[in-house]
Design a binder for this molecule. Structure first.
Ligand code: HEM
Length: 499
């Protein structure tokens, strides 16, 4: 009797699972899915990606269209490669596409997305974002940090001046990165953390975090091969980084607590601690969340802004004509040979056009930050299922000749002189800061620092790079590093000489 019952249960279960599979297949086969390139079992389309995903994805989209469905392992990933489709995703259906995928690193290191960059869309994200804008990134706050920017920039210029007078070279990539990092550190953490030792330590951790971001997390996409992450050392690296970053951030928070966490004090950590204590409007943040938000500001604020300046100097040194025009623009609007002020940069149209063009042709985040669809949607007539990840290839969109014309691949700041395009992501042919609800909140912060830094670097010095005896100069200088955030592969080493 018992045997009959067990067999009956087993058969019913089997029938149930078979039926479920058949129903799922029928549903998928009925769905009108976007075009997909062929894929392999287990790994899906992963073998079709190169170390420059924005480039390989553009090649694929040229064959399969601006809306493609790939599979990274078992995970469906939608690839958007035209302004038109980007408009549908980030404007028409922005709310449904406002989530971020949650991978192993997000769960472990970011406590499931209690930071801002990768936080799931919802009330916590909304509150955190407005808090960061209000207390750190608003125009008013950005303006209030002008003196601090000037101090750090002057210190950087002194170092360049020294190199110039001894005909020595400057590692511009590193020099710019250090200056930007110090500004972000002083603004977010207060003066006491601007000492050489803690900055050096912080930089090492940030580099480690960026390195980890370049390692593909196999387990997130092919669960049956998750063990390879352990063998490749990814899990260990993640653990190690987790420990050192948390120790550093714990130290920062503790020191601020010991000093009182006073609302009247001006740094961002004090403000977060005050919010944690007082819970204004009933908003609760935990001590742990404060560390994650600070970390976000470091990662998002430093790497992108320094990469923008690094590519700008690279392109200008390659193009003496453009450099000359920029110097003329600066001299027309600046009263001093010594320090160009932020007020003066406000009138420099060519300077702004150069920066806009760099963000078009070398966007620091070429595939933005991935999104995830929260409910089923019909997009351009195709059925897209909830849970699908979404990559918006801003790099491909910003080089699309259908919208930018036949010279789309060329670096031409002049195209922005009479154009109404801005950074707010309202025109989807130009989205270096993303668009919609997830639009970057650090635009003003980044621009204030980038404009004044560029104006001063170019106003005071003539820059040259050493001729290379072997290899193609362009291939060397335009080579891109691998990562979510794409900077130069090789550092920019240049010789400044006073004008
Ligand atoms: C040239 C400089 C910068 C570039 C190119 C840049 C680019 C981006 C991009 C593409 C996104 C994702 C947008 C999307 O998903 O639609 C983003 C998000 C973000 N950025 Fe920036 N960014 C820059 C500077 C900054 C700075 C200076 C800060 C802060 C100090 C910052 C903080 C953030 C934050 C917190 C987010 C997450 C927003 C969210 O998920 O709601 N960024 N940024």
């Amino acid at each position: 009797m018992e045997m009959i019952l067990v067999s009956l249960c087993f058969t019913t279960l089997l029938a149930f699972f078979l039926l479920k599979k058949i129903l799922q297949r029928t549903a998928t086969s009925k769905a009108n899915l976007p075009p997909s390139p062929w894929r392999l079992p287990v790994i899906g389309n992963l073998h079709q990606l190169s170390l420059s995903p924005h480039r390989s994805l553009r090649s694929l989209s040229r064959r399969h269209g601006p809306l493609m469905l790939l599979h990274f392992g078992s995970v469906p990933v939608l690839i958007v490669s035209s302004a038109d489709v980007a408009h549908e995703v980030m404007k028409t259906h922005d709310l449904k596409f406002a989530n971020r995928p949650v991978g192993k690193a997000t769960v472990k290191f970011l406590k499931g997305g209690r930071n801002l960059l990768l936080s799931p869309y919802g009330e916590y994200w909304r509150q955190m974002k407005s808090l960061c804008v209000l207390h750190l990134l608003s125009n008013k706050m950005v303006r209030s940090f002008e003196k601090l920017r000037e101090e750090e920039l002057n210190m950087m210029m002194e170092k360049v001046e020294k190199a110039s007078s001894s005909s020595a070279s400057v590692n511009l990539s590193e020099t710019i990165f250090n200056m930007v990092n110090t500004v972000v550190s002083r603004v977010a953490l207060g003066k006491k953390y601007s000492g050489e030792k803690s900055i050096a330590n912080l930089k090492k951790m940030m580099r480690a975090a960026m390195d980890i971001a370049t390692v593909f997390p196999v387990g997130d996409y092919i669960p049956c091969l998750a063990w390879t992450d352990t063998i490749r050392g990814l899990d260990h690296k993640l653990e190690k980084m987790n420990k050192s970053v948390y120790e550093f951030l714990e130290n920062v928070v503790r020191e601020h607590e010991e000093e009182g966490g006073d609302k009247e004090k001006s740094d961002f950590v004090d403000m977060l601690l005050w919010i944690q204590k007082e819970k204004p409007n009933g908003f609760e943040i935990h001590r742990q969340d404060i560390k994650l938000i600070i970390w976000d500001i470091f990662i998002a604020g430093t790497t992108t802004t320094s990469t923008l300046l690094e590519w700008t100097m690279t392109e200008l040194i390659r193009r003496p004509e453009t450099m000359k025009k920029l110097q003329e623009d600066i001299r027309t609007h600046s009263r001093s040979n010594n320090y160009v002020t932020e007020e003066e940069t406000g009138n420099m149209k060519y300077l702004k056009a150069v920066i806009k063009e760099i963000l078009r042709i070398h966007p620091p985040a070429p595939i933005l930050i991935p999104r995830q669809l929260s409910e089923n949607v019909k997009l351009k007539g195709y059925d897209i299922a909830a849970g699908t990840q979404v990559i918006i290839n801003a790099w491909a969109i910003q080089r699309d000749s259908a919208t930018w014309g036949s010279d789309a691949e060329e670096f031409k700041p002049e195209r922005h002189l009479d154009s109404a395009l801005d950074f707010q992501g309202q025109n989807f042919m130009y989205i270096p800061f993303g668009s919609g609800r997830r639009l970057c909140p650090g635009i003003g912060f980044a621009m204030a620092l980038a404009e004044v830094t560029l104006a001063n670097l170019v106003n005071r010095f003539i820059w040259k790079v050493e001729s290379r005896t072997v290899g193609d100069d362009d291939q060397y200088h335009l080579a891109e590093a691998f990562g979510v955030e794409v900077c130069r592969k090789f550092p920019l080493i240049a010789f400044p000489s006073s004008l």
